[in-house]
Design a binder for this molecule. Structure first.
Ligand SMILES: [Zn+2]
Length: 464
């Protein structure tokens, strides 16, 4: 942390110093809150809204703060899905750092919520509104911190690039990150990227862990299809499309892909072994060491842990038959796979074919998202995160994670920009309302996250 904190240590009691270190100056809190409120109240729903008014509002603030027009870029796949990229110039000793957040939100209906999801509401220590957690807190803070750096005359050793992008929720043709990679790679090219996906976890108000998302599984939909000539159901034959499909599905239900750890999940399980209070700690430590029997037990203890240890494939949709009194001519199912970063498409398809062992069941790819490698857990990055986390929240463990879902980080990783989910926003373990009703963010967590992101970007932008 900064020189100011250290000098205060000499004069103030530790409690005062701790409070001073986690909260930004009041003027900067106000600025971040104003930007946050403005963003929340713009309806940028993934299907019904536009992200362009969000980035236009940000551009106005940046211009007013003295950012030159030449360092502000606005553009996107279509006029209503604009992205913003702004560059804060540094000394050029290091390659730039990219600070990413998406500006679209999952749809929210007034009647589903206790309050209007598009009116920024502060109540009982929380900020409420669609996007308060996913992902407008980080978007607002990147902007507020950039304006603060400028006011303070901060000179980083590298350029800081903030990119606010469209359509992370559900992806699709207007996704801002893939559009920028394809059309304006030079604007966002960076040594590393900080993004959503990291989360601070609290249990009953006690801060436990600060996660760093460094890898993601990749998404794959496969269609199983069986076709028969059909016929009258009063004269059945053994060769029945529905039976072929049903047998294939039963076999898939009994399939367990091999379990293994990678760099990120190994670090995750090692960290969890230190945090766990359920009695699983010894097994978690063994999982980190690659012990297969411990993996068996841990995978049974939690669907989330199971999914971190292996590729999974599960039946999610079913169709078949055309009449009550006819033999089926078609039976089909969707199999949704979440694949470990180092498992290939061919490997997954081969495994399923061998498992099903029935030539009549045809397997085709319905939807395949790009695979992306995990981001390396660079020692200097991990040290910086641990040091800052421990300074702000003594005793809190930095926990690398691999998401079993997906974010825009996978596209940057695939494009060769190592991406890390780093936020420093703490919330209760069982109170994750992103995408749900009454989405919220603890007021203190918002401002602490502001400080955390302000400091970590400075730390990572100093040449050593
Ligand atoms: Zn998000």
């Amino acid at each position: 942390m900064g020189r100011m904190l250290r000098s205060r240590l000499l004069f103030a009691v530790p409690l005062v110093c701790f409070a001073a270190s986690t909260m930004p100056p009041e003027a900067d809190q106000r600025l971040a809150r104003d930007i946050y409120k403005e963003m929340i109240e713009i309806k940028s729903g993934f299907t019904t809204g536009s992200t362009t008014p969000v980035v236009d509002a940000v551009a106005r603030r940046l211009r007013a703060a003295g950012f030159p027009e030449s360092d502000i870029f606005i553009g996107g796949a279509i006029p209503t899905k604009a992205n913003l990229v702004v560059r804060y110039r540094g000394a050029g000793k290091l390659k730039p750092i990219l600070l990413l957040a998406h500006t679209d939100v999952v749809e929210a209906k007034r009647e589903d919520w206790s309050m209007d999801p598009f009116v920024f509401t502060e109540k009982d220590g929380y900020f409420y509104g669609r996007g308060t957690a996913d992902d407008k807190a980080q978007a607002a803070i990147w902007v507020a911190n950039l304006i603060r750096y400028k006011r303070e005359g901060y000179k980083p050793d590298r350029d800081l690039i903030v990119a606010l992008t469209a359509d992370e929720e559900g992806g699709g043709p207007y996704n801002g990150v893939s559009w920028l990679i394809k059309n304006h790679r030079n604007l966002i090219d960076a040594e590393l990227c900080l993004n959503e996906g990291g989360r601070g976890e609290m249990v009953k108000g006690k801060r436990i862990s600060n996660s760093v998302q460094a890898a993601e599984k990749w998404y794959l939909d496969l269609r199983l299809e069986v076709r028969n000539k059909g016929g009258h159901s009063s004269q059945p034959v053994p060769d029945n499309a529905i039976y072929h499909l049903a047998n294939a599905l039963v076999r898939i239900s009994q399939l367990g892909f091999p379990m293994k750890v990678n760099e990120v999940t190994r670090a995750y399980f090692a960290g969890m072994a230190k945090l766990d209070s359920t009695g699983a700690a010894p097994d978690l430590a063994k999982v980190a060491a690659g012990d297969q029997e411990a993996m068996q037990r841990i995978s049974k203890a939690s669907p989330a842990w199971n999914s971190m240890l292996r590729t999974t494939c599960v039946a999610t949709l079913l169709e078949g038959g055309h009449a009550h009194n006819a033999l089926p001519q078609l039976a089909a199912a969707n199999i949704n796979c979440r694949v470990q970063p180092d498992d290939s498409l061919e490997y997954v398809m081969d495994t399923l074919k061998k498992t099903i062992a029935d030539d009549q069941v045809k397997i085709s790819i319905d939807n395949q998202e790009e695979n992306s490698p995990g981001s390396p857990l660079k020692p200097e990055l991990m040290r910086a995160l641990s040091r800052l986390t421990d300074t702000m929240w003594p005793g809190v463990v930095v926990l690398p994670t691999m998401s079993t879902g997906a974010s825009d980080g996978r596209m940057l990783r695939a494009a060769g920009i190592p991406t890390y989910g780093v936020q420093g926003f703490f919330g209760e373990r069982d109170d994750n309302r992103a995408h749900g009703r009454d989405e919220r963010m603890l007021v203190t967590s918002f401002y602490e996250g502001q400080t955390f992101l302000y400091e970590i970007v400075k730390e990572l932008s100093t040449a050593r």
